[in-house]
Write a protein that binds this ligand. Structure first.
Ligand code: NAP
Length: 239
């Protein structure tokens, strides 16, 4: 697809993987709607995008709030009139033994990592189905392939994203909409400091590699689509 002039929403755009994806999309000429909670960091991303004459719009959003999500899609539609790409990237990690894990932390993870993806997909489809066109990319994790100890709730939230994505992809294929999963291994962001403090920082995946992967997926011809991609650290075990 020719990305120039398209419109994308990226959740969790204020730092880490979401920031890299937002910048990469803007470099392709995409109008990028930057959604996250921290306005100061979103402003920095907008400044970076402006430095190469890219276009972006900040919409402060907490993806655990349905009201915020409705506002995000409303503002996007008002500003750009359409939505071509949604990247559901916002996510948090809280680890700990299942036996001691609080219901409060369980709800917080699920509300952001899974319910947020569900509501964002729902709102995106309300724009994309009438357009008969659109791309939704959900960021999962290698935690869906490996049972890391003390990550059961985070892992469950990402398994939920996988199930939601696989079912949805088949449900809306008839409407001309493509849905995909990207499963990153250890990426050099704030999140990994909490989830895998044991990994040597010099061996982590740069967030820009996840962004390049998404650009590659979106740049394919109209006859092709990639359902899912697993990107591992080169030092991690293959397959
Ligand atoms: N880093 C890794 O190794 C790794 C591996 C596999 C999968 N992932 C997944 O990749 C995604 C991005 O993670 P990251 O590593 O880039 O983490 P990060 O550096 O901690 O960034 C997380 C992003 O999500 C946003 N966010 C958190 N809670 C939010 C909320 N309630 N509403 C809206 N935005 C929210 C944060 O912005 P604000 O705080 O400003 O809201 C931030 O922009 C996550 O889904 C994560 O699970 C990461």
């Amino acid at each position: 697809m020719d990305l120039h002039g398209k419109t994308a929403i990226v959740t969790g755009a204020s730092m880490g993987i979401g920031k890299a994806i937002s910048i990469a999309l803007a470099k392709e000429g995409v109008n990028v709607v930057l959604a996250a909670r921290t306005i100061e960091k979103l402003t920095e991303v907008k400044k970076d995008i402006k430095s190469f004459n890219g276009n972006s719009l900040i919409v402060p959003t907490d993806v655990s709030s349905k009201k915020d999500i409705l506002n995000l899609f409303d503002k996007t539609k008002k500003e750009f009139g359409r939505l071509d790409i949604l990247v559901n990237n916002a996510g948090i990690f809280t680890g700990g033994n299942l036996v001691d894990f609080s219901i409060r932390d369980y709800d917080k993870i699920m509300n952001i990592n899974l319910k947020g993806v569900f509501i964002c997909c729902q709102q995106a489809l309300k724009i994309m189905i009438p357009q008969k066109n659109g791309f939704i990319i959900n960021i999962s994790s290698n935690a869906v392939f490996k049972g890391y100890p003390e990550q059961s709730v985070y892992s469950a939230s990402k398994h939920g994203v996988v199930g939601l994505t696989q079912s949805l992809a088949n449900e809306i294929q008839k409407d001309g909409i493509c849905v995909a999963l990207v499963h990153p291994g250890g990426v050099d962001t704030d999140l990994i400091k909490h989830s895998r403090p044991d990994i040597d920082k010099s061996l982590l995946i740069p967030p820009e590699d996840i962004a390049k992967t998404i650009i590659y997926m979106l740049n394919l011809s109209d006859n092709s689509w990639v359902d899912e991609i697993y990107i591992r650290r080169r030092a991690a075990k293959p397959f």
